[in-house]
Write a new protein. Structure first.
Length: 284
Protein backbone atom coordinates (compact mmCIF):
# COMPACT_ATOMS: atom_id res chain seq x y z
CA UNK A 1 0.00 0.00 0.00
CA UNK A 2 1.03 3.60 -0.39
CA UNK A 3 2.25 6.00 2.24
CA UNK A 4 -0.97 6.61 4.17
CA UNK A 5 -1.60 2.99 4.92
CA UNK A 6 2.07 2.51 5.72
CA UNK A 7 1.59 5.21 8.34
CA UNK A 8 -0.69 2.85 10.20
CA UNK A 9 0.98 -0.48 9.60
CA UNK A 10 4.74 0.11 9.81
CA UNK A 11 6.68 -1.24 12.83
CA UNK A 12 7.49 1.16 15.62
CA UNK A 13 10.95 2.58 16.26
CA UNK A 14 12.53 4.36 19.19
CA UNK A 15 12.73 8.13 19.17
CA UNK A 16 15.87 9.78 17.86
CA UNK A 17 17.78 12.01 20.24
CA UNK A 18 17.69 15.76 19.83
CA UNK A 19 17.63 19.11 21.53
CA UNK A 20 14.36 20.00 23.24
CA UNK A 21 12.69 23.11 21.88
CA UNK A 22 9.95 24.86 23.83
CA UNK A 23 10.10 28.26 22.16
CA UNK A 24 7.19 29.87 20.33
CA UNK A 25 7.62 30.75 16.64
CA UNK A 26 10.19 33.46 16.09
CA UNK A 27 8.87 36.94 15.31
CA UNK A 28 9.59 38.15 11.81
CA UNK A 29 10.32 34.64 10.56
CA UNK A 30 8.62 31.36 9.90
CA UNK A 31 10.01 28.16 11.36
CA UNK A 32 9.11 24.97 9.56
CA UNK A 33 7.86 22.04 11.63
CA UNK A 34 8.38 18.51 10.28
CA UNK A 35 6.96 15.31 11.74
CA UNK A 36 9.65 12.66 11.35
CA UNK A 37 7.42 9.62 11.23
CA UNK A 38 9.94 6.78 11.49
CA UNK A 39 11.96 8.49 14.25
CA UNK A 40 8.88 9.34 16.37
CA UNK A 41 9.88 13.00 16.62
CA UNK A 42 8.86 16.45 15.43
CA UNK A 43 11.62 18.78 14.24
CA UNK A 44 11.65 22.56 14.11
CA UNK A 45 13.73 24.17 11.38
CA UNK A 46 14.57 27.74 12.46
CA UNK A 47 13.62 30.72 10.28
CA UNK A 48 16.18 31.18 7.55
CA UNK A 49 17.57 27.67 7.98
CA UNK A 50 20.11 26.30 10.41
CA UNK A 51 20.25 23.11 12.40
CA UNK A 52 16.87 21.64 13.32
CA UNK A 53 15.92 21.07 16.93
CA UNK A 54 13.57 18.48 18.33
CA UNK A 55 10.24 19.71 19.68
CA UNK A 56 9.69 18.73 23.31
CA UNK A 57 6.87 16.27 22.65
CA UNK A 58 7.18 13.08 24.67
CA UNK A 59 5.98 9.57 23.94
CA UNK A 60 5.14 10.05 20.27
CA UNK A 61 4.62 7.01 18.08
CA UNK A 62 4.41 7.65 14.34
CA UNK A 63 3.51 11.37 14.35
CA UNK A 64 1.84 12.64 11.18
CA UNK A 65 -0.36 15.72 10.75
CA UNK A 66 0.21 18.96 12.62
CA UNK A 67 -1.49 22.29 13.15
CA UNK A 68 -0.19 25.51 14.70
CA UNK A 69 -2.32 27.95 16.67
CA UNK A 70 -1.64 31.73 16.62
CA UNK A 71 -0.39 31.35 20.22
CA UNK A 72 2.38 29.04 19.03
CA UNK A 73 0.70 25.95 20.46
CA UNK A 74 1.51 22.95 18.27
CA UNK A 75 -1.00 20.14 17.78
CA UNK A 76 0.41 16.78 16.67
CA UNK A 77 -1.45 13.72 15.42
CA UNK A 78 0.19 10.99 17.48
CA UNK A 79 -1.04 8.36 15.06
CA UNK A 80 0.41 5.24 16.63
CA UNK A 81 -1.01 6.17 20.03
CA UNK A 82 -4.47 7.06 18.70
CA UNK A 83 -4.39 10.55 20.18
CA UNK A 84 -3.61 14.20 19.47
CA UNK A 85 -1.18 16.06 21.72
CA UNK A 86 -0.70 19.79 22.27
CA UNK A 87 2.72 21.29 22.93
CA UNK A 88 2.23 24.84 24.29
CA UNK A 89 4.19 27.59 22.62
CA UNK A 90 4.92 29.19 26.01
CA UNK A 91 6.84 26.19 27.27
CA UNK A 92 4.09 24.71 29.42
CA UNK A 93 3.63 20.97 29.81
CA UNK A 94 2.40 18.80 26.96
CA UNK A 95 -1.25 17.78 27.15
CA UNK A 96 -3.46 15.29 25.35
CA UNK A 97 -6.46 16.72 23.50
CA UNK A 98 -9.74 15.48 24.98
CA UNK A 99 -11.06 13.03 22.37
CA UNK A 100 -12.81 9.67 22.41
CA UNK A 101 -12.41 6.60 20.25
CA UNK A 102 -9.78 7.81 17.78
CA UNK A 103 -8.20 5.19 15.52
CA UNK A 104 -5.11 6.26 13.61
CA UNK A 105 -5.70 10.03 13.49
CA UNK A 106 -3.73 11.69 10.69
CA UNK A 107 -4.75 15.10 9.30
CA UNK A 108 -5.34 18.13 11.53
CA UNK A 109 -6.74 21.60 10.92
CA UNK A 110 -7.60 24.58 13.12
CA UNK A 111 -10.21 27.18 12.23
CA UNK A 112 -10.18 30.85 13.22
CA UNK A 113 -12.20 30.12 16.36
CA UNK A 114 -9.66 27.55 17.55
CA UNK A 115 -11.82 24.51 16.81
CA UNK A 116 -9.67 21.48 15.98
CA UNK A 117 -10.57 19.09 13.14
CA UNK A 118 -9.10 15.58 13.15
CA UNK A 119 -9.10 13.04 10.32
CA UNK A 120 -9.95 9.91 12.31
CA UNK A 121 -8.64 7.70 9.55
CA UNK A 122 -9.46 4.15 10.57
CA UNK A 123 -12.92 5.22 11.77
CA UNK A 124 -13.61 6.72 8.32
CA UNK A 125 -14.71 10.04 9.75
CA UNK A 126 -13.64 13.55 10.69
CA UNK A 127 -14.23 14.78 14.22
CA UNK A 128 -14.29 18.32 15.57
CA UNK A 129 -13.10 19.34 19.04
CA UNK A 130 -14.64 22.76 19.75
CA UNK A 131 -12.47 25.38 21.42
CA UNK A 132 -15.24 26.08 23.95
CA UNK A 133 -14.79 22.68 25.55
CA UNK A 134 -18.28 21.45 24.67
CA UNK A 135 -16.96 18.08 23.56
CA UNK A 136 -16.04 16.13 20.45
CA UNK A 137 -18.57 15.90 17.62
CA UNK A 138 -18.50 14.04 14.31
CA UNK A 139 -18.44 16.23 11.20
CA UNK A 140 -21.33 15.31 8.85
CA UNK A 141 -19.67 13.53 5.92
CA UNK A 142 -20.62 10.53 3.83
CA UNK A 143 -18.67 7.67 2.30
CA UNK A 144 -15.19 8.54 3.55
CA UNK A 145 -12.59 5.75 3.48
CA UNK A 146 -9.43 6.46 5.46
CA UNK A 147 -9.60 10.28 5.38
CA UNK A 148 -6.16 11.79 5.44
CA UNK A 149 -5.10 15.42 5.03
CA UNK A 150 -7.38 18.31 6.04
CA UNK A 151 -7.44 21.98 5.07
CA UNK A 152 -9.71 24.97 5.61
CA UNK A 153 -10.28 27.69 3.04
CA UNK A 154 -10.74 31.38 3.81
CA UNK A 155 -14.48 30.93 4.29
CA UNK A 156 -14.05 28.13 6.81
CA UNK A 157 -15.07 25.32 4.48
CA UNK A 158 -13.39 22.02 5.32
CA UNK A 159 -11.58 19.97 2.67
CA UNK A 160 -10.80 16.30 3.23
CA UNK A 161 -8.39 14.06 1.30
CA UNK A 162 -10.49 10.90 0.92
CA UNK A 163 -7.56 8.52 0.48
CA UNK A 164 -9.13 5.24 -0.59
CA UNK A 165 -11.80 6.91 -2.74
CA UNK A 166 -9.18 8.91 -4.71
CA UNK A 167 -10.94 12.22 -4.23
CA UNK A 168 -11.09 15.42 -2.21
CA UNK A 169 -14.40 16.41 -0.65
CA UNK A 170 -15.62 19.77 0.58
CA UNK A 171 -17.76 20.15 3.71
CA UNK A 172 -19.35 23.62 3.71
CA UNK A 173 -19.00 25.71 6.84
CA UNK A 174 -22.71 26.57 6.70
CA UNK A 175 -23.75 22.95 7.04
CA UNK A 176 -24.62 22.43 3.39
CA UNK A 177 -24.20 19.07 1.67
CA UNK A 178 -20.78 17.54 1.04
CA UNK A 179 -19.48 17.88 -2.51
CA UNK A 180 -16.58 16.39 -4.45
CA UNK A 181 -13.88 18.88 -5.49
CA UNK A 182 -13.21 18.74 -9.28
CA UNK A 183 -9.65 17.44 -9.06
CA UNK A 184 -9.15 14.74 -11.67
CA UNK A 185 -6.92 11.68 -11.88
CA UNK A 186 -6.08 11.42 -8.20
CA UNK A 187 -4.63 8.27 -6.69
CA UNK A 188 -4.51 8.07 -2.90
CA UNK A 189 -4.51 11.80 -2.05
CA UNK A 190 -2.88 12.76 1.23
CA UNK A 191 -1.78 16.32 2.06
CA UNK A 192 -3.85 19.44 1.35
CA UNK A 193 -2.97 23.14 1.51
CA UNK A 194 -4.30 26.48 0.27
CA UNK A 195 -2.19 29.40 -0.87
CA UNK A 196 -3.24 32.99 -0.26
CA UNK A 197 -5.01 33.16 -3.62
CA UNK A 198 -7.20 30.28 -2.55
CA UNK A 199 -5.68 27.76 -4.94
CA UNK A 200 -5.90 24.21 -3.59
CA UNK A 201 -2.79 22.01 -3.60
CA UNK A 202 -3.14 18.24 -3.24
CA UNK A 203 -0.47 15.60 -2.61
CA UNK A 204 -1.41 12.98 -5.19
CA UNK A 205 0.68 10.32 -3.47
CA UNK A 206 -0.20 7.37 -5.69
CA UNK A 207 0.92 9.34 -8.73
CA UNK A 208 4.04 10.78 -7.04
CA UNK A 209 3.05 14.37 -7.74
CA UNK A 210 1.37 17.46 -6.30
CA UNK A 211 -1.48 19.05 -8.24
CA UNK A 212 -2.88 22.55 -8.07
CA UNK A 213 -6.51 23.55 -8.62
CA UNK A 214 -6.97 27.29 -9.23
CA UNK A 215 -9.55 29.00 -7.04
CA UNK A 216 -11.15 30.83 -9.94
CA UNK A 217 -11.54 27.79 -12.13
CA UNK A 218 -9.23 27.03 -15.00
CA UNK A 219 -7.26 23.88 -15.70
CA UNK A 220 -5.71 21.72 -13.02
CA UNK A 221 -1.89 21.84 -13.07
CA UNK A 222 0.96 19.71 -11.82
CA UNK A 223 3.43 21.45 -9.49
CA UNK A 224 6.93 21.40 -11.04
CA UNK A 225 8.62 19.06 -8.57
CA UNK A 226 10.10 15.96 -10.13
CA UNK A 227 11.29 12.76 -8.48
CA UNK A 228 8.73 12.71 -5.68
CA UNK A 229 7.95 9.37 -4.05
CA UNK A 230 4.64 9.29 -2.15
CA UNK A 231 4.46 13.02 -1.29
CA UNK A 232 2.59 13.65 1.91
CA UNK A 233 2.21 16.84 3.98
CA UNK A 234 2.16 20.30 2.40
CA UNK A 235 2.78 23.80 3.77
CA UNK A 236 3.53 27.29 2.50
CA UNK A 237 6.33 29.55 3.70
CA UNK A 238 6.11 33.35 4.08
CA UNK A 239 7.58 34.03 0.62
CA UNK A 240 5.08 31.75 -1.09
CA UNK A 241 7.35 28.74 -1.34
CA UNK A 242 5.56 25.40 -1.21
CA UNK A 243 7.06 22.74 1.04
CA UNK A 244 6.41 19.06 0.30
CA UNK A 245 7.07 16.16 2.66
CA UNK A 246 8.58 13.69 0.20
CA UNK A 247 7.76 10.68 2.36
CA UNK A 248 9.59 7.79 0.72
CA UNK A 249 12.58 9.92 -0.29
CA UNK A 250 13.28 10.95 3.32
CA UNK A 251 13.36 14.65 2.50
CA UNK A 252 11.41 17.90 2.32
CA UNK A 253 11.27 19.66 -1.05
CA UNK A 254 10.89 23.42 -1.43
CA UNK A 255 9.23 24.79 -4.58
CA UNK A 256 9.81 28.57 -4.66
CA UNK A 257 7.58 31.02 -6.49
CA UNK A 258 10.48 31.60 -8.88
CA UNK A 259 13.23 29.14 -9.65
CA UNK A 260 13.46 25.39 -9.49
CA UNK A 261 12.74 23.05 -6.60
CA UNK A 262 15.40 22.16 -4.06
CA UNK A 263 15.82 19.80 -1.14
CA UNK A 264 15.63 21.53 2.23
CA UNK A 265 18.88 20.85 4.12
CA UNK A 266 17.61 18.72 7.00
CA UNK A 267 19.87 15.77 7.76
CA UNK A 268 18.65 12.44 9.03
CA UNK A 269 14.97 12.55 8.12
CA UNK A 270 13.19 9.20 7.91
CA UNK A 271 9.82 9.33 6.12
CA UNK A 272 8.72 12.90 6.91
CA UNK A 273 4.93 13.02 6.99
CA UNK A 274 3.50 16.32 8.27
CA UNK A 275 4.54 19.95 7.80
CA UNK A 276 3.40 23.14 9.51
CA UNK A 277 4.28 26.84 9.61
CA UNK A 278 2.86 29.50 11.94
CA UNK A 279 -0.56 30.76 10.82
CA UNK A 280 -0.63 34.07 9.01
CA UNK A 281 2.88 33.64 7.63
CA UNK A 282 2.21 31.14 4.89
CA UNK A 283 1.21 31.57 1.27
CA UNK A 284 1.78 34.12 -1.45
Amino acid sequence: MAAALLLCAAPFASAAPGTADRHPPAHGGAPLYISDYADNTVLRLPPGGGDPVTVAASGLTRPTGMALAPSGDLYIADTGNNRVVRVPGDGGPQTTVDTTGLSRPIGLALNAAGDLYIADSFNDRVVKVPADGSGQVTVPTSGLLHPNGLALDGAGNLYVADFVNDRVVKVPADGGPQTTVPVTGLSQPTGLAFDRRGDLFVSDSGNDRVVRLPAGGGPQRVVPATGLNSPYGLAFGPTGALYIADFNNDRVVEVPVRGGPRTVPVAGLHTPAGLAVPPGREGY
